[in-house]
Design a protein around this ligand. Structure first.
Ligand code: TPP
Ligand code: MG
Length: 554
């Protein structure tokens, strides 16, 4: 049967189990998606179209691929705006599929902005569908890239969506995705080192989540009795109430990073950035780097042993090797758990104190503490924004299930939390979904709030309303780092709860600490009937949080 390219793509997406596509019009595939019955989640700008699909892939650990469409081709206005979303997905290694119009034959070189070269800088793979009968082939390749190896965005440009081909000539079959197991010799070498180390530390990255390997990580950590830290993006890969969990950041993490003589990195790029640790005294430590491919090996620090393969298969192989050696006894190492507990207790004491503070304006940690109280931490989703909400939540928020919390951002692009909360609601409709933001993130979101009402997405936006970019300006913490650009109109001048309430959200403005819990409960309650909520907590500026090793405060 002869069909057009747009119809072919729509049918293939359905075969691949794609349940909806986020978009901002126009894209020439959209009408076919509509005709073929693929629901579209229309965002209010192109960056959010990408970000929602990106977040969906992250939150499902790549087991369900987020797909988005936006305007491209000769009038690449949408694509230029979507670029920010794609750059963020690329930076963070998220397997999102972006479909856009391509520049048609005969029009290349006509515009200033070169679509193909721009897209290549932000994608794992960029496909250009130059012949209609190649539709199945390019979609196969796209899903192969999305489901195998190191995760990253795939971009497909369609120059002529109305061109036709014979659908029966090359029937499409869904792509499984493939994994690789590590070389047994590398596993043996890694275990030699691990069992010989005095103070090993497991450094878990997001690859653990993409491999669905949280249980395997726990099993290995318990078998070898080794403390675990996770990266910001992997927060939740290891249960944070586990006796071997050290933390994501802060003094106790610094202590273990300093003390360790061996780092077993699993599923992490080990790339010290703005929101991750440097490895102190790296040359004096043995770094065993388990990663899905070679890109990050010997990057920044010398890798003593690389173990290349899927994180789950790697963790299983390491565990098997340890068990085989010691008649299953693993590794005894004194009272590691008690030491971890003491280090955590000491480092977190100052935060736990303010988590129950009655001061006014409300201390932001009081909101986080009460949020933990109100949520079922095994059946909810929380994410942060760029700014203090990221730094503070990643210091104290206890995450008990993978993706109960989404940490994001090798670089952290303001506004992403709303996209993440939407994606979480789409992925797990039964879970409460909360985005915690400051004024800057909220500014990015405003135009997209209508989507929640239209789509009946029961999400709560928690606003830590402190009238400025906390820490940028002077205060008890010192001079601040951007004293000329830190003030915006705050709660005394603007009532955001009225602004957003007028849109149709359930809103509240809370200045009493004792009202935090009741207000959160009311918000989560209205969410269950599909109504979004916005709660503005009138907070003090309190830029205090756990540090990254080797970095100064942002
Ligand atoms: C797109 C983008 N531009 C700039 C930044 C830099 N940036 C990070 S946080 C921030 C301000 C945060 O202030 P606010 O939202 O009020 O949060 P607070 O720290 O006060 O809690 C800025 C400008 C960024 N992360 N993303
Ligand atoms: Mg602020």
């Amino acid at each position: 049967m002869t069909i057009d390219v747009a119809t072919g793509i729509s049918r293939i997406l359905k075969q691949e189990g794609v349940g909806w596509v986020s978009t901002f019009p126009v894209c020439r595939v959209n009408n076919a998606l509509g005709r073929e019955g693929v629901p579209m989640l229309m965002m209010r700008d192109d960056r959010y179209a990408v970000a929602v699909a990106d977040a969906f892939s992250r939150i499902t650990g790549g087991s369900r691929i987020g797909v988005c469409t936006f305007q491209g081709g000769v009038n690449a206005a949408g694509m230029q705006y979507a670029y920010a979303g794609m750059a963020q997905a690329y930076e963070d290694g998220s397997p999102v599929l972006c479909i856009t119009d391509g520049v048609p034959a005969g029009s290349s070189g006509n515009s200033q902005y070169d679509v193909a070269s721009a897209m290549k800088t932000v994608s794992k793979w960029f496909g250009y569908l130059d012949k209609p009968e190649r539709t199945p082939e390019l979609m196969r390749r796209a899903f192969t890239m999305l489901r195998s190896g190191r995760p990253g965005p795939v971009i497909l440009a369609i120059p002529n969506a109305t061109a036709t081909y014979d659908e029966t000539a090359d029937p499409y079959r869904p792509v499984k995705g493939w994994k690789s197991a590590p070389d047994p010799a590398d596993v043996r070498a890694a275990v030699d080192q691990l069992l010989g180390a005095r103070n090993p530390l497991i450094y878990a990255g997001e690859g653990v989540i993409y491999a669905g390997a949280s249980e395997d990580l726990k099993a290995l950590a318990e078998l070898v009795n080794v403390p675990v830290i996770t990266t910001l993006k992997a927060k939740g890969a290891f249960p944070e109430n586990h006796p071997l969990f050290v933390g994501v950041r802060g003094d106790q993490v610094a202590h273990y990073l300093n003390k360790s003589d061996l780092i077993l990195a699993v599923g992490s790029s080990l790339s010290p950035g703005r929101f991750s640790h440097a490895i102190p005294d790296a040359a004096k430590k043995t770094i065993i780097h388990c990663n899905v491919d070679e890109l990050h090996i010997n990057k920044m620090y010398p890798t003593a042993h690389a173990v290349i393969g899927d994180a789950r298969l790697t963790l299983q192989a390491l565990r098997q090797e340890v068990s085989d050696r010691n008649s299953g006894a693993g590794r005894t190492a004194g009272n590691v758990a008690a030491e971890v507990r003491a280090a955590r207790h000491e480092a977190l004491a100052r935060y736990r104190q303010v988590m129950v503070s009655d001061e006014k304006p409300i201390n932001p940690y009081r909101v986080y503490g009460d949020l933990m109280e109100v949520l079922d931490l095994r059946n909810s989703f929380v994410t942060h924004e760029s700014g203090n909400t990221r730094d503070q939540l990643s210091t104290v928020f206890d995450t008990l299930i993978p993706r109960g919390f989404l940490g994001w951002g090798n670089v952290s692009t303001l506004g992403f939390s709303l996209a993440a909360a939407i994606a979480a609601k789409k992925a797990f409709p039964e879970r409460a979904s909360v985005a915690v933001t400051g004024e800057a993130g909220l500014g990015y979101m405003l135009g997209n709030l209508e989507v929640l009402l239209r789509e009946k997405l029961g999400i709560t936006v928690v606003h830590i309303s402190n009238g400025g970019f906390a820490g940028y300006g002077p205060g008890f913490w010192g001079p601040g780092h951007d004293p000329f650009t830190h003030q915006v109109l705050g709660p005394d001048e603007v009532d955001m709860s009225k602004v957003i309430g007028a849109l149709g959200f359930h809103t509240e403005r809370v200045s009493e600490p004792a009202e935090v819990i009741p207000a959160l409960r009311r918000a989560l309650d209205v969410n269950t009937s599909g109504r979004p909520a916005y709660i503005e907590f009138i907070c003090c500026q309190y830029p205090v949080y756990g540090q990254w090793v080797g970095r100064s405060a942002e």
